[in-house]
Design a binder for this molecule. Structure first.
Ligand code: TRP
Length: 349
């Protein structure tokens, strides 16, 4: 198989409550990459079950959440006909390659993963083996398609470095076998992260120092992609602020996390820089700025929300998109796995 040179892969976990942070930080980037790259976007349900039932909600929730992420992809403008959208568990090659990578990656490498430490918390003995091996599955997701570019947030950079380490070690450990089979010496590419631009860190509407999160107990802290226009307006109206009006310069926003977050949100939604927002609203109180932000958020999110609702009312349509995407993903993944099996020395075809 020839090496692709502009293939994008990324994944989103179906663990509920997709919010504005997911949209501005990830999904909107996925949409933009469609113009320049061949894109594969995956709802990573195998990753979702690495956490306790209480986090991913159990089987019925998982199915709903998988459809919800798919609907968000499509409603945001990802084209499942020109690119590939599917859920991970439908392409068994991910799990198969992950097993091989479990035998390539070293305990020491995985022991250094900060996300495992965060998610496992204090009770590490009780974390699933899957949670520990999460990064090898993520490497398999990417490398089974030999993807060259992966848009990810800051929190996933370490996993991407691990993916490169696994690719390099595999290429090196099996170099002779790869050469004998006359495959590319760099069989697995060293995948590049696609670094996101500024203004993508969306913070909680109740605390400007915390990231907007699906697990925050207060629903007022986030704008969900399924929120109605009224909900969006209400949440922005109730967003925490300080008593000062907006300043005349960006520098003066420092030390005002809530004000900075709302200005950042306006900039991200309007696709302008923060300085332009400040210029426009310098000296205005939040009683003026918040309604403007609410209008903008509703204008940008209402069409996405409407299309998501339409799709979620038609699960058969979503499932058909996923089945079609999985069939096309499988063609690529099977080809890779056939080669990998020969590289490793497994008999069979
Ligand atoms: N770990 C990613 C996250 O939580 C999701 C993910 C799984 C992913 N596989 C991936 C992202 C492959 C990029 C590429 O956000």
């Amino acid at each position: 198989m020839s090496q692709p040179n502009n293939r994008v892969f990324s994944g989103v976990q179906p663990t509920g409550n997709l919010h504005l942070g997911n949209y501005l930080g990830a999904i909107r980037k996925f949409v933009a990459l469609q113009e320049s790259h061949e894109c594969i976007y995956c709802v990573v349900d195998l990753h979702a079950i690495t956490q306790p039932f209480s986090v991913w909600g159990g089987p019925a929730e998982l199915a709903n959440n998988t459809r919800e992420v798919t609907a968000a992809f499509i409603a945001s403008g990802i084209d499942p006909a020109r690119h590939i959208v599917f859920n991970q568990s439908q392409v068994v090659e991910h799990a198969e390659l992950a097993w091989i990578f479990n035998c390539v990656a070293r305990m020491g490498w995985l022991n250094r993963m900060t996300q495992f430490k965060e998610k496992a918390g204090k009770d590490r003995e009780n974390a699933s083996v899957g949670l520990f091996a999460y990064p090898t599955l993520m490497a398999a997701d990417i490398l089974v398609y030999r993807a060259t570019h992966v848009p990810v947030g800051d929190d996933q950079k370490q996993h991407l470095e691990l993916t490169r380490d696994i690719a390099a070690k595999f290429n090196n450990d099996f170099a002779e076998s790869i050469a004998r089979l006359q495959l590319d010496t760099d069989y697995f590419p060293l995948t590049d992260p696609v670094i996101e631009g500024p203004a993508t860190r969306v913070m909680s509407l109740r605390d400007g120092t915390k990231k907007m999160s699906k697990s925050d107990a207060s629903d007022l802290s986030r704008i969900n992609l399924t929120d109605s226009a009224d909900d969006i307006a209400k949440k922005i109206r109730k967003a925490k602020t300080d008593p000062e009006p907006l300043p005349a310069t960006l520098e003066e926003l420092a030390g005002r996390p809530e004000a900075e977050n709302l200005v950042g949100l306006y900039a991200a939604l309007a696709e302008i820089d923060k300085a332009s927002v400040i210029e426009q609203f310098a000296g205005e109180p939040f009683s003026v700025f918040k309604p403007a932000l609410a209008d903008l958020a509703v204008e940008k999110l209402a069409p996405i929300n409407a299309e998501m609702r339409r799709l979620l009312d038609n699960p058969v349509e979503i499932d058909a998109i996923l089945a079609d995407g999985a069939a096309r993903a499988r063609v690529i993944a099977r080809e890779t796995m056939q080669e990998v099996r020969r590289i490793v020395g497994f008999l069979g075809d």
